[in-house]
Write a protein that binds this ligand. Sequence first.
Ligand SMILES: Nc1ncnc2c1ncn2[C@@H]1O[C@H](COP(=O)(O)OP(=O)(O)OP(=O)(O)O)[C@@H](O)[C@H]1O
Ligand SMILES: [Mg+2]
Length: 428
Amino acid sequence: MSASKYSGPVLASLDIGSSAVKLVMSHVTLNEKNETKIEVTGVGLVPNSGIKQGVVVNIEATTECIRRAKEEAELMSGSKVSEVWVSVSGSHIQSFDSKGMVAVKNKEVNQQDIDRVIEAAKAIMIPADRMVLHVLPREFKIDQQDGITDPIGMMGVRLEANVHIVTASQSAISNLTKCIEKAGLRVAGLVMDQVAVTKSVISSDEKNLGVCVADIGGGASKMVYLINGSVAHTSMVPVGGMHFTHDVAVGLRTPQVSAEILKKKHGCALATLVDEHESIEVDGVGGRKSRTVPRKELAHILEARAEEVLNMIAHDIKMSGLQPLLGSGLVITGGSSQLDGLIEMGEFIFDLPLRRGYPALVGGLKDVVKGGEFATAIGLLFHALETKKDYYAQMPQDLSTTSLLGEAMSDSIGDVASKMKKFFTDLF
Ligand SMILES: Nc1ncnc2c1ncn2[C@@H]1O[C@H](COP(=O)(O)OP(=O)(O)OP(=O)(O)O)[C@@H](O)[C@H]1O
Ligand SMILES: [Mg+2]
């Protein structure tokens, strides 16, 4: 294993998607201005068959995919990974709004008041088989004034908070954690898929103006609505890239593997964009000979499914009641958003500005993670950095290539042990 050229602690994310497991390893570095930067050092991408719409259906298969993704990423990076930030998705995830209210202790709102009001908003009955994944503040109200996003330092007597609470099934999370631990990794944090995506594909201007992000993945399409900079609603429709591939396999009578390649290489969501004279080579099933087929035929098959998915997303936007607040429109991301012609088709379907979203800029192996399928994994890294920003802002830069928690560190680095201890206490 070659030594990595980057120093700083390892920060890694794991996105267990229904078509592929992605493990991204990075190092966090500080520039002269003390700004943190993510340098991607290793990537593992392994096709997955043990997950169906975000839920583990085969522990052994999922564990094996995670283990292989870990090995691939470690080999590429030249360093070890022992803990990962993990994305969670699936129909077991539920979200709802809640409110909390407290008296401001010293007339001026401070961080403790905010923590208390969020605690108060969290104080609701959650069934024993569910766990709280996130409490996302939407807006604060001080006395009669509402619409406050950052109340610190403001004067008042009564502080109220509107929050969006995300819960997950305890058993679905236990199964996911079990696979990760069996693969030799620890969970540093669990983050809802849609929350992670918002950290990587949209700008803060878009967030403030109101935007919907649709992550069109392999097994499902997941939506998140950001209004005034915070998550207002999340939802999911159970259609993704696998359905496109299945349609191609059936429609062109070709094996799934060949259908997947054809879709990615020659696919187009709008048949009118394809030249009449273009043709493609299609493998036969069960040893039958390959055939030459017009590329338009492939486009016609994909067009029907693309129209269905985009119409389902349009229906979801309508039902959310948030369309008038989406000043920045819709951003599509995820592996399947890369299908050619999808934006052109979307322009007919959505009454909103539409664009493709790619993972935010990182350093290192940026070309490996620039596709929409890495939106969640890269978003997880940004989320982890944001959550632990105090730690990273003052981290020593000579931590070598070891993980923040897992690997033994050099004794010569004086205050690292105490920083690790603080980080450990913060986490659990
Ligand atoms: N260029 C492309 N054109 C069309 N589809 C593509 C392209 N590249 C990738 N895909 C599709 O993207 C899907 C994988 O996307 P992604 O990695 O975002 O899904 P996932 O995270 O594994 O699934 P999920 O989020 O639903 O659990 C696959 O179905 C793949 O065929
Ligand atoms: Mg995904």
